[in-house]
Design a protein around this ligand. Sequence first.
Ligand code: SF4
Length: 291
Amino acid sequence: MRDLTNEIVEFIRRTSTDLPQDVEERLKAAVEKEAPGSAARGAMETVLKNVELSRKNSTPICQDTGTPIFYVHYPEGWSTRKLREMIRNALVEATQKSYMRPNAVDAIYDKNSGNNLGGEEFPSIHFEEVDADAPLTIELMLKGGGCENVGAQYSLPNNGLGAGRDLAGVRKVVLDAVQKAQGQGCAPGILGVAIGGDRGSSYAKSKEVLFGKIGERNNDPEVAALEERLTDEANTMGIGPMGFGGQTTVIDTKIVGMHRLPASYFVSVSYMCWAYRRRKMTVQGDEVVYD
Ligand code: SF4
């Protein structure tokens, strides 16, 4: 089995320092909506300048390089134990090269491991087997702490918000989450919403859905319409970039549905900041492609 440690280091570098094109384009479009000379426009221009400099200088887009979350789709017959080792070694090297800030802090002893490794759960690595002749694909998301702090989970019905167990109720709680987040999730943000599941699976799914491209819609027309409506309505709240007020609070919303127990109806909202770092690498034979 081929050693991919160096290729994964490069993958981490790209993810941490080079914002995906679809995100950058949406941020550029958002600048034009803000009034000249406004704090919102100034914040967006600074964000975009920062994106440009980070790419040019190969430095992290944000000082918080986030929680590394990997999804590995491995061909039948590959060793997940070896893949895990490669990813962990690559992360240590990427930290030494300052592509990543040491971010793994033991919560009980308040001690930073210094190398981005911590127990079995840091980094978070999910494995899924695919056919033997399919390529190996690794997806990586770097999820910022500030935006993670403003994520929210609701158990419906929620009488306080008048939210029942239907899409109308989902709309109410998602808008409540955006209202409560204000600018603290480093708006403009992207909303990942999971409906259903249990508390754990629902939160995990609300992050998974964020691997999709900006503008990709749910296959169900009713859910797709709600995605667009939530983005539009969030942008009428006046929260704006970094909470300075303005036109753009959310640049996209993605919703995924799950099965649930009859007793439960969870809605989980993962808020992703403007530093929407998520990329994919594909390995087939000797060829490695970075998206
Ligand atoms: S929430 Fe995002 S943009 Fe804000 S500090 Fe954290 S990683 Fe950076």
